[in-house]
Design a protein around this ligand. Structure first.
Ligand code: AMP
Ligand code: ZN
Length: 118
């Protein structure tokens, strides 16, 4: 099971490991992905440790909405001024690697390609 103590993204929130932070408020942190898949690749995470989108319920709706609503401004600030893609990998089937909920904001190359290979 994932716990905040050994969670890599909680360690970034606590300042225990460095990250290229691009936005922070009381609820949310955004930083550059360490292995970007496109010129713009930002991760948006809640400061509260939520392991996965598979774990959320309607009490998290405000927080999730806030994270998503930040995406357009963050994308433009990083140079993705002509659209972007949001990806949330969730659980085993979604091939989620880091067990702390995160939104990927991906853009900056034209075009990004299909959502998934058919
Ligand atoms: P996911 O497969 O959706 O769980 O994606 C996890 C993402 O976290 C990957 O794109 C990694 O490159 C990224 N990542 C892992 N560790 C770090 C870190 N220390 N700083 C920034 N991004 C990271
Ligand atoms: Zn965490």
């Amino acid at each position: 099971m994932s716990s905040p103590d050994d969670c890599i993204f909680c360690k970034i929130i606590r300042g225990e490991i460095p990250a290229g932070k691009v936005y922070e408020d009381d609820d949310v942190l955004a930083f550059l992905d360490i292995k970007p898949v496109a010129p713009v690749h930002v991760l948006v995470i809640p400061k509260k440790h939520i392991a996965s989108l598979t774990q959320v319920d309607k009490t998290d709706a405000l927080l999730l909405g806030k994270m998503l609503a930040l995406a357009p401004a963050l994308a433009v600030a990083q140079g993705a001024d002509d659209g972007f893609r949001i990806i949330i990998n969730a659980g085993r089937v979604g091939m989620q690697e880091v067990p702390h909920l995160h939104i990927h904001i991906i853009g900056g190359s034209h075009p990004l390609g299909p959502m998934l290979a058919r």
